[in-house]
Design a protein around this ligand. Structure first.
Ligand SMILES: [Fe+2]
Length: 297
């Protein structure tokens, strides 16, 4: 057994930094040094945009060679993708037939999408190396202004590739979680544009009228994200109605979804895991009985 010494800790940090340098463009974005003027400016910009419109993008975050390795990895694993479909409303809740027909709760759209689950991604993956990296976690927390955050315990959902292929669509919705982090791996020839209507609702006001306007196709107040391979997005989707437009033709929309949590031990519910990731594991059932609350999800 090796004793834990300062030297070991430093070596471990150095190893993480060396691995991260193979993946992230640390010359343009020295995220390992939070006091670096470039990093300070970057963090300040992210926080400001997140406060303002709930969305911030760091262009060319992943180095081109690492982008290509991620793309090839996703394509190699494509035969093992779990595809699912569902009709859902923007709140991802059950339709309430007591509500008027015009209420967004009754606006159901068809989602078809796939996940390459985290447990089948090889250990030497660049994407996983970027995710399971303390320097990266610290930087993401800094940008979000939330600390501590942790990488997640869910073996399937912790850092999957989300995939939309020809004809797939991820309809308008609000996120249940506080924030998401995404990294673009591939963009299709046509479609796959991420659209969002920031601050369309708030804790005080669901703004049914405004939500209906966007659902009916009104583009006022709707932003289109510039989204290219290697870009990293931080997004607060609880108050922003958002969707990924239908993908058309060759190529796929492939996005890595490194998931950070403030409560890392609560995993997906077994039903949710089966629906989105194709199965539930013992950890999903065990932790279901130990949940801290009884909220819907
Ligand atoms: Fe979302």
């Amino acid at each position: 057994m090796t004793a834990l010494t300062a030297e070991n800790t430093i070596a471990s940090y150095d190893q993480q930094l060396a691995r991260l340098a193979q993946i992230v463009d640390l010359d343009s974005y020295p995220i390992h040094d939070l006091d670096h003027p470039i990093t300070r400016e970057l963090v300040a910009r992210c926080r400001e945009q997140l406060d303002d419109i709930g969305c911030s993008v760091i262009a060319d975050f992943v180095r081109p060679d690492a982008q290509e390795r991620m793309r090839q990895e996703a394509h190699r694993l494509m035969p093992c993708i779990f595809r699912s479909e569902q009709k859902h409303n923007p709140y991802m809740t059950k339709e309430d037939s007591e509500l008027p027909q015009q209420h967004p709760n009754r606006f159901l759209q068809h989602r078809t999408a796939g996940f390459i689950n985290t447990d089948i991604i090889p250990e030497d993956s660049d994407m996983l190396a970027m995710y399971d990296n303390d320097i990266m976690t610290r930087f993401i927390g800094e940008c979000l202004g939330i600390w501590p955050i942790y990488t997640w315990a869910d073996p399937l959902a912790r850092c999957p590739y989300g995939v939309l292929e020809d004809g797939d669509y991820f309809p308008w919705h609000f996120d249940g979680n506080e924030f998401t982090v995404s990294v673009s791996v591939e963009q299709p020839a046509e479609g796959g544009t991420f659209e969002y209507a920031p601050n369309i609702r708030s804790v005080e006001d669901e703004n049914i009228e405004g939500v209906n306007r966007v659902l009916s196709g009104d583009k006022e107040g709707v932003y289109e994200l510039e989204w290219k391979p290697g870009y990293l997005q931080l997004f607060k989707g609880r108050y922003a109605l958002h969707r990924v437009q239908e993908v058309r033709g060759p190529g796929a929309w492939i996005t890595a979804l490194p998931t950070y949590m403030t409560d890392p031990d609560t995993v997906n519910r077994p039903e949710h895991s089966k629906q989105f990731y194709g199965r539930a594991l013992p950890i999903h059932f065990v932790r279901e009985t130990n949940r801290p609350d009884t909220l819907t999800d």
